[in-house]
Design a protein around this ligand. Structure first.
Ligand SMILES: Nc1nc2c(ncn2[C@@H]2O[C@H](COP(=O)(O)OP(=O)(O)O)[C@@H](O)[C@H]2O)c(=O)[nH]1
Ligand SMILES: [Mg+2]
Length: 287
């Protein structure tokens, strides 16, 4: 085969149409990489893209001393959320009481071990919905945006991450030092993993629960958000970014320390990068 034909062949081969196995209807185009094959191409759990118009949705909210903020968040949860799971780490205020009063059906889990990562992992494991959405309790994320995160999961995607830095997003909460740190970490991730994210350290995301078990999550602190994104990437989940507006925390102060947590996030990136170079395990069918 001459060189021109080979190039043409590669171009034709670069995309293929994914069809519904039952109806044969075209669903979406999927990129096929040859040569520099995407390391994340293989999913540990093979599940077809979901087109369920009405999935059950669990909302997981980690709380630590958010009594003044949590009622406002719980008051604005849209109807599509079918379950709310609060994971509380030894709040010394009345966070749990306020949560129960505002939303009597709320599930409250006590996670004695400190750290947002610990709390989120416990909440993800306890959630029962087809889709799990995670968000903070401090009023910096608007529950009204939740449908925006669920939408892509009903249309071919497996993981939705919020972005404050794509068109339509924004942040009124982020400090200059955090902004710079987040930008630097995004550049590192995009370079190492050959992706095009616009945000990284943001705790508003949604996941199809069928993939939860395949994500190897070990983070205990604020590096959990990065770990989930990179694990989703590594396990070949179909990832969408949606714009999100981060508001100022309503009351109280953030528990994040830009320096030490930045180092933890950088370590998490390096660990995931090393994992991405290990041989891929065999796929397991879950259909
Ligand atoms: N359960 C639990 N939640 C936590 C812990 N640390 C932070 N959070 C929650 O995680 C969310 C984000 O925390 P925040 O301090 O606002 O961090 P920031 O938004 O990154 O500045 C809030 O809902 C906190 O209440 C923790 O140790 N345990
Ligand atoms: Mg916050």
């Amino acid at each position: 085969m001459d060189e021109g034909a080979e190039t043409e062949d590669r171009r034709v081969e670069a995309w293929f149409e994914h069809r519904d196995p039952e109806t044969g209807a075209p669903e979406r185009f999927v990129e096929r990489r040859r040569g520099d094959r995407r390391r994340s191409a293989k999913r540990l759990v093979e599940a077809p893209p979901s087109s369920d118009p009405d999935p059950t949705v669990s909302l997981v909210i980690p709380t630590k001393n958010e009594a003044r903020n949590v009622p406002e968040v719980l008051d604005h949860i849209p109807d599509l959320v079918t379950e709310v799971v609060i994971v509380d780490t030894r709040s010394s205020d009345v966070t749990k009481l306020m949560a129960r009063t505002t939303r009597p059906g709320v599930r409250i889990i006590d996670e004695p071990r400190r750290g947002k990562g610990m709390a989120l992992r416990a909440g993800l494991a306890a959630a029962t919905g087809d889709v799990i959405v995670a968000m903070d309790a401090d009023g910096s994320m608007s529950p009204e945006e939740i449908p925006r995160f669920v939408h892509p999961l009903r249309h071919g995607f497996d993981f939705t991450k919020g972005s404050r830095f794509m068109a339509g997003g924004g942040s009124l909460d982020i400090t200059p030092i955090r902004h710079f740190g987040n930008w630097a970490l995004v550049v590192i991730v995009n370079t190492l993993f050959k992706v095009h994210y616009t945000d990284l350290c943001y705790g508003f995301f949604a996941l199809r629960r069928v993939f939860l078990e395949s994500l190897d999550l070990k983070a205990t602190g604020f590096e959990i958000e990065t770990e989930i994104t990179l694990q989703a990437q590594l396990k070949g989940l179909r990832i969408a970014e949606v714009p999100s507006i981060e508001l100022p925390r309503r009351t109280g102060t953030s528990a994040l320390h830009a320096g030490s947590d930045g180092v933890r996030i950088a370590r998490t990136i390096m660990r995931q990068y090393r994992l991405s170079h290990e041989p891929e395990p065999a796929a397991v069918s879950n259909q």
